[in-house]
Design a protein around this ligand. Sequence first.
Ligand code: 13P
Length: 249
Amino acid sequence: MRKQIVAGNWKMNNDVAQTESLLANLKNQTKTTNAEVMVAPTFVNLASAAKALEGSGIEAVAQNMHFAESGAYTGEISASMLKSVGVKTVILGHSERREYFNETDETLAKKVDAALANNLRIIFCFGEVLADRKSNNQEAVVESQISNALFHLNADAYKNIVLAYEPVWAIGTGETASPEQAQDMHAFIRKTLATKYGSDVANNTSVLYGGSCKPGNAKEIFSKPDVDGGLIGGAALNADDFFAIVNAF
Ligand code: 13P
């Protein structure tokens, strides 16, 4: 079922004390929309955040995971470990993982399979870099990122997949895709899904926008028909700003 979702990706920010303080501030906020709300703290704070957020209506989600179930993968975390601390959703394929940690479509396909095998919901991120946008190649890039990592799945798998279009040139730069650029790409993403899986999957899959989404521009972006919410970086580190975005629907 297509849902409105606002997820905060905290990236490598917030130590224990800062996490506790931000969680307390988030729990004090009032939600005036139907949007599902999620936050993704760092791994060291994930278990405590999941506990602190129990019953709050805010879900603690993971920023990443490894595809193996266990073993000699120093520094990595498996799907079953996430589940063991109550996590139900994992972000995969963020452009920072792709750029700085060499995550490829191939490794992402394995991560997707491991997450789904463990009944985790996935927020699958993708998006073009500036050079692709400048050469008007963004649709081909996005189509290949989606098809290479996801198109081996059957239609049923999409019940547990949320897509997040994050143009790399808009992440942390203050430069947002215009609402029209976001809508055009989201419509293209839905068309790509429809071509492969049919209109049910295309219409029932939530597609989020990410990239310098702020209280001041969220309303206009979320008003577009194919935009189902946002994946928020910088503005998710402040509870008032984050909830202004949640309440922008
Ligand atoms: P910013 O909102 O800071 O641009 O980050 C977006 C993002 O990368 C969310 O995953």
